[in-house]
Design a protein around this ligand. Structure first.
Ligand SMILES: N[C@@H](CCC(=O)N[C@@H](CS)C(=O)NCC(=O)O)C(=O)O
Length: 194
């Protein structure tokens, strides 16, 4: 198994999932050469992350990679049983992370660069943030008391949340992100995320 990775990018999510699993993997750090023909054979848009599986096949899209890794290594318990209600919730929050959370949080993070009014970006982000907060308030993690790949996705996206003063109404959300980022597997991922 090999992860094509760029430091501090969305491929950190895959790195974190690999560290949660604890099986050996190879890392290929890739920079601007992402755009070149060789890497485009792995990812048609020349992006990271790309996971090369042991059968030589390639997988792209961070959420797909994290879900597939969780399925390949069930002993890591990053995803509940197939067809269970909890499994459905992992799909729900993983898709939510990409379709709702990431675009709106990145609009807030990069408001100026994207020519958006920070106050508008904040107002659009808040209901999405509250939805995550409401879910984690019940059991500590998005799908109850067990940490799953959905938490890897959402907490990775929200890693810079503390830089934004959302006020006391979001204290639980901040503490969820802090708790996730303090996991030993995340700290190991950070140590190799260079
Ligand atoms: N939706 C994709 C987005 C992948 C993506 O945009 N990756 C960025 C790094 S964060 C990239 O490789 N950018 C390089 C480029 O577009 O040249 C995913 O989550 O994997």
């Amino acid at each position: 198994m090999r992860l094509y990775h760029s430091p501090g990018s969305r491929s950190t999510r895959a790195l974190w999932t690999l560290e949660e699993i604890g099986e050996p993997y190879e890392l290929t750090v890739i920079g601007k050469e992402r755009r070149e023909a060789e890497h485009r054979q792995r990812h048609p848009l020349g992006r990271v992350p790309v996971l090369e599986l042991d059968d030589g096949s390639y997988l792209f899209e961070s959420a797909a990679i994290c879900l597939q890794l969780a399925d390949l290594y069930p002993e890591a318990q990053l995803i509940p049983e197939l067809a269970s209600t909890e499994r459905g919730l992992v799909y729900q929050w993983t898709v939510f992370s990409m379709s709702e959370l990431e675009p709106k949080f990145f609009d807030l993070r990069f408001a100026e660069r994207r020519g958006k009014d920070p106050a508008d970006a904040k107002a659009t982000f808040e209901p999405i943030a509250l939805a995550v907060q409401d879910a984690v308030t019940r059991g500590g993690w998005l799908v109850g008391e067990k940490f799953t790949v959905a938490d890897v996705m959402c907490a990775s996206i929200l890693a810079r949340l503390a830089e934004f003063d959302l006020g006391p109404d979001f204290a639980e959300l901040n503490s969820y992100v802090e708790r996730a980022l303090a996991r030993p597997a995340k700290l190991r991922a950070d140590a190799v995320d260079t």
